[in-house]
Design a binder for this molecule. Structure first.
Ligand code: FMN
Length: 188
C-alpha cells in the first residue's frame, strides 16, 4: 500500500499543475482504497475505472467537476456501471491494447449505445485514425479513446513503442511478458 501511495504521489507531483485524469484498475483499487482519496485531493479532470465493479467507489467520486468514466467490455457491465454511477462509458473491444473482453469494438459499441440511453459512450480498441473515429461516431459513439495509437505518436509520457511505422500501425493479439494474450501494436 505505501509503495503504491508513494508512487501515486510522486506521479502527481511530476504532473505539476497540468490538467490530468486519473485511472485505476478497480480490482487493484479494492486492495488499496485509500489511493482514491489521494487522487481526489488532486482534483483531477476525471476518474477512470476499469476491470471491475465501481459500486464501492462511485459515491466517493461523484462530485461536481470530476466525472466518473467506466471502461467496460460487455453490455451487462455497461448497464451495471451506469446504474452504479458512471457518467461516461468507454466500450472496450477485443482489439484494445492490454487485457480486454471477447467482443470486437465495432459490434460492441452500438450494442452499448442502445443499452445506456443518454450516457455518452466512448469507443476504444483498435481505433488509430480519423476513419476509425468516423466509423465509431456513425455507430453512435460520442468519441474515441486511443491507447496504442497515442503511445505510437509519443502522447503517453514515459512510453515509447520503438520501431513501429505509423502508416503500418496494426493492433493484433500477441503473447506478452506475462504469458497471456493481449492486444498490442506491431509492425506488419
Ligand atoms: C500501454 C497501454 C497500457 C494500458 N494500461 C491500461 C491500464 O492500466 N488500465 C486500463 O484500464 N486500460 C489500460 N490500457 C487499455 C486502454 O485503456 C484502452 O482500452 C486501449 O488502449 C484501447 O485500445 P487501443 O490501444 O487499440 O487504442 C492500456 C493500453 C495500452 C496501450
Amino acid at each position: 500500500m505505501s509503495d503504491n501511495k508513494e508512487w501515486l504521489e510522486r506521479e502527481l507531483l511530476a504532473a505539476g499543475n497540468a490538467p490530468i485524469a486519473i485511472g485505476f484498475i478497480s480490482w487493484a483499487l479494492q486492495k488499496c482504497p485509500d489511493l482514491l482519496n489521494v487522487a481526489l485531493a488532486r482534483e483531477p479532470k476525471a476518474i477512470f475505472l476499469s476491470f471491475g465493479e465501481i459500486r464501492s467507489f462511485a459515491p466517493q467520486i461523484r462530485r461536481p467537476g470530476i466525472p466518473l468514466i467506466a471502461q467496460i467490455q460487455t453490455v451487462a457491465q455497461a448497464t451495471a456501471a451506469v446504474n452504479e454511477g458512471a457518467q461516461f462509458i468507454v466500450a472496450q473491444g477485443t482489439e484494445a491494447g492490454g487485457h480486454g473482453g471477447t467482443r470486437s469494438t465495432f459490434p460492441l459499441v452500438p450494442a452499448v449505445v442502445d443499452a445506456v440511453g443518454n450516457i455518452p459512450v466512448i469507443a476504444t480498441g483498435g481505433i488509430a485514425d480519423g476513419r476509425g473515429l468516423a466509423a465509431a461516431l456513425m455507430l453512435g459513439a460520442a468519441g474515441v479513446l486511443c491507447g496504442n495509437a497515442a503511445a505510437e505518436h509519443g502522447q503517453v509520457p514515459g512510453l515509447t513503442l520503438k520501431g513501429i511505422v505509423p502508416k503500418d500501425f496494426f493492433t493484433g493479439m500477441l503473447c506478452c511478458f506475462d504469458g497471456r494474450q493481449r492486444a498490442t501494436s506491431q509492425n506488419i
